[in-house]
Design a protein around this ligand. Structure first.
Ligand SMILES: Nc1nc2c(c(=O)[nH]1)N[C@H]1C(S)=C(S)[C@@H](COP(=O)(O)OP(=O)(O)OC[C@H]3O[C@@H](n4cnc5c(N)ncnc54)[C@H](O)[C@@H]3O)O[C@H]1N2
Ligand code: MOO
Length: 403
């Protein structure tokens, strides 16, 4: 049986994935990580006036060419309070950082280079060239400048500049919505009192965390038992809930109780592919049900988490209009590895950083796809190509960073 390669699988998932163009308005405090859906034009200049960059005295540079020199202090200008008069020759205004430069003055002498002689007299001990410590109006940006672009992801710097441009809220793209359905008669939610044959459903929490960290929302559809009716009811809820992506967990393999694919196809899903040359994650399924992208992940917890990194994350990025996150890094094997078979292997591994900066990948000895504890201890996945030859400690390799 031929299995789809990891690269082909990703290509097919992304082939028809369109950027979500719907927009919404969010307050700045809730906009972290969102994608700007408009060019952002400065509504004012910053600073909106020529401003002092230091605490000191606003002077005329020509008055302080030869120092020491005494000047008359005619007033003061704290931040937020402009001095209303003008500075004439022989005069100065006591000024503080952020205050508007008074008319007539063109330079700031920092207070460390002055000595107070009386309530209205100051000695300038060291002069300053014209314009020193003056921030000209519009130094940061000028009204009308296009400072941020449609498609920018809102991070600390971009949120700060948006606030300075006087935007209390921003128009952003709607987040992709990911609905997550666990399937299996054996599953009960965390905190339950399971019977002797049951286990705790865990995968969905990790998949949701991965989706949320990449800017999607997640909707927990709960647990469907292994009947068509139960899975159908969850599909109905997904379609009503307006999800963009449905992730199913489990029921993806070849067993008599693996009903997810058949039920989805009976409901109109167009199956794109099923089963890929990958370990863990072989039974991966992908299809479209109207606008919905359906990712059928294997039930083994590690398989579904690895599939989330390799397939869900690029799909979310594409729906957000971004490039897929580039998580692969060059590393060096910290131990010998045997030859690989036809499935591309993603080995749960620790990472050590050598003093020269090289990353050393140390795959765990046991790689069973049910082992959540080892996944939780892993820093990366070490990639082994299909049919890779035996590898030696010290050989170069590629890893996907998990944290
Ligand atoms: N004859 C074959 N059997 C299997 C094959 C195969 O090719 N031929 N593939 C194996 C591989 S590889 C995987 S991976 C699994 C995937 O099977 P399913 O996707 O059908 O998953 P389930 O059987 O439903 O569950 C597998 C395992 O994971 C546990 N599980 C399921 N859901 C959850 C959850 N939400 N939280 C925690 N644990 C979960 C479930 O109890 C099972 O132990 O198939 C192999 N079989
Ligand atoms: O592909 Mo399964 O995910 O090896 O355990």
């Amino acid at each position: 049986m031929s299995l789809v390669s990891v690269e082909d699988a990703r290509g097919r998932i992304l082939a028809n994935a369109e950027t979500i163009e719907e927009r919404e308005s969010v307050g700045l405090a809730d906009a972290t990580g969102r994608t700007l859906a408009e060019d952002l034009v400065a509504r004012r200049s910053q600073p909106p006036f020529s401003a002092s960059a230091m605490d000191g005295y606003a002077v005329r540079a020509s008055d302080v060419e030869n120092t020491p020199v005494e000047l008359t202090v005619i007033g003061q200008a704290p931040a937020g309070h402009r001095f209303e008069g003008a500075v004439a020759s022989g005069e100065t205004v006591r000024i503080f950082t952020g205050a508007p430069l008074p008319d007539g003055a063109d330079t700031i002498v920092i207070q460390e280079n002055t000595e107070t002689l009386g309530p209205d007299r100051v000695l300038i001990s060291q002069g300053a060239g014209k314009g020193v410590y003056v921030r000209p109006e519009g130094l940061d940006f000028a009204a009308g400048d296009v400072v941020l672009q449609n498609g920018d992801i809102l991070d600390a710097g971009r949120l700060t500049v948006a606030a300075s441009m006087n935007y209390p809220s921003l128009t952003v793209r709607r987040r992709p919505h990911v609905a997550i359905l666990a399937t299996g008669d054996e599953l009960v939610p965390p905190g339950s009192d399971p019977n002797a044959d049951q286990i705790i459903a865990s995968n969905g929490y990790g998949v949701a965390a991965i989706a949320q960290a990449d800017g999607a929302t997640s909707l927990d559809l709960g647990i469907a038992v292994d009947t068509r009716a139960s899975i159908e009811s969850a599909i109905d809820r997904t379609l009503q809930g307006g999800a963009d992506i449905l992730v199913t967990l489990g029921g993806a393999s070849v067993g008599d109780h693996d009903l997810v694919q058949d039920t989805l196809v009976a409901r109109g899903m167009e199956l794109d592919f099923w089963q890929i040359a990958m370990r863990p994650g072989k039974p991966l399924m992908y299809g479209r049900l109207d606008h919905l992208h359906v990712l059928g992940f294997p039930g083994n917890p590690v398989s579904s988490l690895v599939c989330s990194h390799l397939f869900l994350r690029p799909l979310i990025a594409r729906l957000r209009g971004h490039a897929a996150p580039d998580l692969e890094r060059p590393a060096v094997l910290g131990k010998d590895l045997p030859a690989n078979d036809r499935r591309e292997d993603y080995l749960r591994s620790k990472i050590e950083r050598r003093p020269d900066g090289d990353l050393i990948a140390l795959p765990f000895d046991r790689q069973d796809s049910s082992m959540t504890r080892i996944f939780a201890q892993s820093d990366c996945l070490t990639i082994r190509a299909p049919f890779a030859e035996p590898a030696k400690k010290g050989d170069p390799c590629r890893v996907i960073l998990l944290r």
